[in-house]
Design a protein around this ligand. Structure first.
Ligand code: SF4
Length: 413
């Protein structure tokens, strides 16, 4: 039985392309990319849009989406219209509920049990076809894991986790419900579960954003799927995609490419699009703020990676930038005590390579904190605190003094 969370006092207000969030540095527009899928042409279009209608930055998010910042109110309709014409906004009513994370490498190697690409498409199409699901909270998340265990642990509300070549386990609030569904009916089952969530949510006295906040939600939703809920068990866990060669099949590889703090300039976004043009023409955004370029000839991957490295991309797992993330901070967030992105840039080269992820945050709301164990660098207004597993390991530091504390915390993690 799930423990109900504290009552919420307002409805979720996650941003979208029409529902732009008024940030301190202008409008924040989030573009949902179910499964992280985007074509080279769409990436090029977003790079142009970021320059023309935003502040020039494209942000990779932890849900494998992309964000534009600095969008004026007067440009919102123009941006949304352009997104629609490029196939990036198929439904105005459902834009904020299209939150689907899938195993980025699915179908590109032999580590998964099946290719979930079609299942993701079916789920997105079915989601947009149910009028009631337009009101799903913007934080409500679907995960589709091809069995390798990379995305089922990312805190999804409803998950499909492959347990065979044609069968999925249904996860509810991130845990195995005991319900099993065939490949052909998997997307439909996820929709049925989402509809059950909406019915139960409507009966709650306060707004509910996530499935785990429902009283006894897992059991009741499993019942709606026609099965009693089993004792919860955790899905398997696999390491996230790291920069470098992430998948290989035959003579083709997929190169995972990061950018410092997950921020792409228009030029870098266009460079990735150009690289994808040389391969299969597609890109996949990962929930670890990197971009997967599938279909590269294995023989030329090293040369391509070297070229990207020279252009400032992150292509090695032991780069100081690998696993380093930051919230918006100043000037984009009025709550922040510091310009955390600037400070992360100042000290990155002093960090020991690789190791435990590091996340910089400008205040105690801790936006974007990874689900995996991470060293946290928290701006307090009186310098930075370095924290590991909720323990403060150093406090009141100037930015330039943080590397030693971060390195020490990483060694003990
Ligand atoms: S953690 Fe604080 S400073 Fe950072 S984005 Fe969230 S609210 Fe803003």
């Amino acid at each position: 039985m799930n423990k109900p969370g504290p009552p919420r006092t307002r409805e979720d207000a996650c941003p979208g392309a029409w529902h732009v969030h008024a940030a301190a540095d202008g409008g924040l527009a989030r573009i949902r990319l179910p499964g992280g899928r985007i074509t080279a042409g769409q990436m090029r279009f977003l790079a142009e849009s970021a320059s023309e209608l935003g502040n020039g930055q494209l942000e990779l998010t932890s849900r494998a989406n992309l964000q534009l910042r600095g969008v004026d109110d007067s440009d919102v309709a123009e941006l949304a219209t352009r997104l629609g014409s490029h196939g990036l906004l198929p439904s105005r009513s459902h834009e904020t509920c299209r939150n689907v994370i899938a195993s980025p490498c699915t179908g590109l190697d032999d580590d998964g049990l099946l290719d979930v690409s079609r299942c993701v498409e079916e789920l997105d199409t079915a989601l947009c076809a149910v009028p009631e699901l337009a009101a799903l909270p913007g934080r409500f998340l679907f995960t589709v894991d091809d069995g390798r265990g990379d995305v089922s642990t990312l805190g999804g509300d409803i998950g499909l986790h492959a347990v065979g070549a044609t069968e999925f386990a249904v996860l509810l609030a991130g845990r195995d419900s005991g319900v099993r569904v065939g490949q052909e009916s998997a997307a439909r089952s996820a929709i049925t579960a989402a509809e059950a969530f909406m019915r139960q949510r409507a009966a709650e006295p306060a707004p509910v954003w996530r499935l785990a906040e429902l009283y006894d939600g897992r059991r009741r939703i499993a019942a709606d799927l026609g099965r009693p809920c089993s004792e919860p068990s955790d899905p398997p866990f696999t390491e996230p995609v790291r920069p470098g060669i992430a998948a290989r099949r035959g003579n083709l590889v997929a190169l995972a490419v990061g950018a410092p703090l997950g921020r792409l300039t228009p030029q870098r976004a266009s460079q990735l699009a150009a690289l994808a043009d040389r391969a299969g023409g597609d890109l996949r955004i990962t929930p670890w703020r990197s971009v997967l370029v599938p279909g590269l000839a294995a023989a030329e991957a090293a040369t391509r990676a070297q070229h990207l490295r020279e252009q400032g991309f992150v292509v090695e797992a032991d780069s100081p930038w690998s696993g380093m993330t930051a919230c918006t901070g100043t000037p984009g967030c009025a709550k922040s005590h510091a310009d955390v992105q600037r400070d992360a840039h100042r000290v990155a080269e002093s960090l020991e390579p690789g190791g435990t992820p590091v996340h910089w945050v400008g205040c105690s709301r801790r936006c974007g904190t990874p689900r995996a164990t991470a060293v946290e660098v928290l701006a307090t207004g009186a310098g930075y605190d370095v924290r590991l597993a909720d323990e403060v390991t150093a406090s009141g530091l100037d930015a330039e003094d943080t590397p030693a504390a971060i390195n020490a915390a990483r060694r003990t993690a």
